[in-house]
Design a protein around this ligand. Sequence first.
Ligand code: URA
Length: 242
Amino acid sequence: MKLERILQNQGFGSRRQCRQWVELGEVRVNGEVVDDPGAEIDTTGLVFEVEGHSWTYREKTYVALHKPAGYECSHEPKHHRSVYSLLPQQLVVRNVQSVGRLDQDTTGLLLFSDDGAFIHNLSSPKKHVPKVYRAELAEPGTDALVQRLLDGVDLIDEPQPVPALHARLLAEKTLEMSIDLGKYHVVKRMIAAAGNHVEQLHRSGFGGLNLGEGPLSGLSEGQWVYLEEADLQLLHSAARKA
Ligand code: URA
């Protein structure tokens, strides 16, 4: 593929801008400066540098972010900053989108990609991908609350009661639960329907990937990582199993 095209589809700007990067000698391929924008480059395993920063060529890109509170999952946020401001500009230019959304005050694991099939696969209600949440409750949790969530609660826009896949108290006012539904405010509404109130919500797991484990260990709030093949396999099998 021509070098200028590689830079363009990896998110480095317009064709003209990408040409300029190359002609200015700012682009290295496998360690060597290449100043011909039309140079044909093999993209297999390609590592290139732009202004001294190293990038791996990725046909599609997959990212996990540890979302802090106070960020909206929107390109045009209304009241808070955008989660996209936490990602490098190249990824935003590549038009990565979040897989579902988290409320602005919810923290935790949020995935992004520019692969439409991947996003659809993981967010389709038909795939029942499990997500794990930790809720800080306004009132002490009880066994009855846990049981109500496991039995299923009525939500206004759902024809059937919605059950948690699992639910347990981690502390007096801390509840962990998992669900496979991805609806607006669903966890907060489920807990309200079961007679309590969520004061703070955190998503710790999505389809077998968990913050604090494997590729996501040490990922603190506001940080992101690329997901690699093994992580994608885990997510695919979570979607398939459902
Ligand atoms: N359920 C909620 O209520 N909020 C979220 O951010 C995610 C799930």
